[in-house]
Design a protein around this ligand. Structure first.
Ligand SMILES: Cc1ncc(COP(=O)(O)O)c(C=O)c1O
Length: 376
């Protein structure tokens, strides 16, 4: 296991923060964003995913550094981004059913924003085209390419891929905006292995691109990857590539342990308190599964910098019991930080986060994008 440290926060400051609370270290967020820009080579190549933070305040930090393109997974995240001032937003989640008129409503509400969505089937494309043309708006559509994750998308060498891109190009109200190439299954711990895996999938994606372009269908943009493959796409010089990592803005102990080549630092942690000492080597903390994401396996959901070796035993809605001989020095009310193994669903558990800089609380940031609906 890697070791992770957080910036120091004094006991006086901690004593005033209710727990459990997600604490965001603003200077770490800024340093991760600046690192992203350095790796990308320019802010213009980035289209970060907001699913990790879901906060307008973080969008503003990105905008201030020249990052104007953004990615979202829900209509509410899109609305949060547009309200925060993003001018180019990709909803990387295929809209179906009532989400189709909601996408059109977004385009009408924010006429200055360039919108795009993803698609992998002709029926939603036709429905979106009818709705967009009927409302006199233009919406970009990216062909969602399945590079092996088998979650969504069309395999690049399937006939449907070319046919669908051609349908999008011809559809009134829509613009063929390129390909969406997400590859969350590429989780090799070695960077070289991730490079080889991307090279293999890229060959098939590139062939589809050539076929489309040779048939007069421009493919202006390929939105590629998450955090693990970010360094790989970043070093590829193809000008059509946009980079769409999300997690690295806050980073977490999960990616930090798996991908040691990534130069990011955890920027968010849950402040928790000891609520009970049921046995000499046990401490019960208020970091239940309503306070930290429970999608990593039980026993591996949190990294405690003060107790890196502690076993994580019971994990209920409001409690986590850690077992470690060192807990003998703990008393009820004592504070600990827990760095989530998975930060994205953790931030969704908080209405607002506590923001710390240089050891002091400097504000609160609402987590607006966690909502299912804002106004649309
Ligand atoms: C479509 C899509 N793009 C980008 C990302 C960001 O990836 P990561 O969390 O690895 O930064 C995700 C994450 O789930 C995703 O689903």
């Amino acid at each position: 296991m890697m070791t992770f440290q957080l910036p120091p926060v004094g006991p006086e400051v901690l004593s005033k923060i209710p727990s459990p609370m997600l604490v965001v270290f603003r200077d770490r967020v800024i340093s991760n964003i600046e690192q992203m820009i350095r790796m990308a080579g320019s802010a213009a190549r980035l289209r970060p995913h907001c699913k990790t933070h879901k906060m307008a305040a973080v969008v503003k930090l990105l905008l201030e550094r020249g990052i104007s393109k953004h990615k979202a997974a829900t209509i509410a995240e899109v609305e949060m981004l547009a309200d925060a001032g993003a001018t180019d937003i990709l909803l990387a989640y295929n809209p179906v059913g009532p989400n189709i008129p909601r996408v059109v409503a977004l385009a009408k509400k924010y006429p200055a924003v360039r919108f795009a969505v993803t698609a992998d089937h002709p029926e939603p494309v036709k429905a979106l085209s009818d709705a967009a043309a009927g409302a006199h708006v233009k919406i970009g559509v990216m062909l969602d390419v399945n590079t092996g994750q088998n979650r969504t998308g069309v395999e690049p060498d399937a006939a449907l891929a070319f046919n669908l891109y051609s349908l999008i190009s011809k559809s009134p109200g829509l613009t063929a905006a390129g390909f969406h190439v997400y590859d969350g299954h590429q989780r090799h711990t070695s960077l070289d292995d991730r490079r080889s895996a991307v090279a293999e999938q890229w060959e098939r994606v590139d062939q589809l691109r050539r076929k489309c372009e040779q048939s007069g269908l421009p493919v202006p943009t390929l939105v590629c990857g998450g955090t693990p493959t970010f360094p790989v796409y970043a070093e590829m010089k193809d000008p059509a590539i946009e980079l769409s990592p999300g997690t690295c803005i806050f980073h977490d102990a999960g990616y930090g342990s798996l991908f040691i080549d990534l130069p990011f630092q955890p920027a968010a942690a849950v402040l928790t308190r000891v609520v009970s000492r049921p046995a000499a080597n046990r401490a019960t903390l208020d970091i239940g599964n309503k306070a930290v994401a429970a999608d990593p396996p039980k026993g591996h959901r949190v990294y405690f910098p003060d107790f890196p070796e502690a076993a994580q035993d019971i994990h209920n809605e409001e409690h986590m019991v850690i077992i470690d001989d060192g807990t003998a020095r703990l008393n009820p009310g004592d504070t600990l930080f827990g760095i989530p193994m998975h930060i994205c669903p953790t931030s969704a558990l908080y209405e607002k986060v506590c923001v710390v800089e240089n050891g002091n609380v400097v504000g609160e940031w609402p987590v607006t994008g966690r909502n299912r609906q804002i106004t649309i």
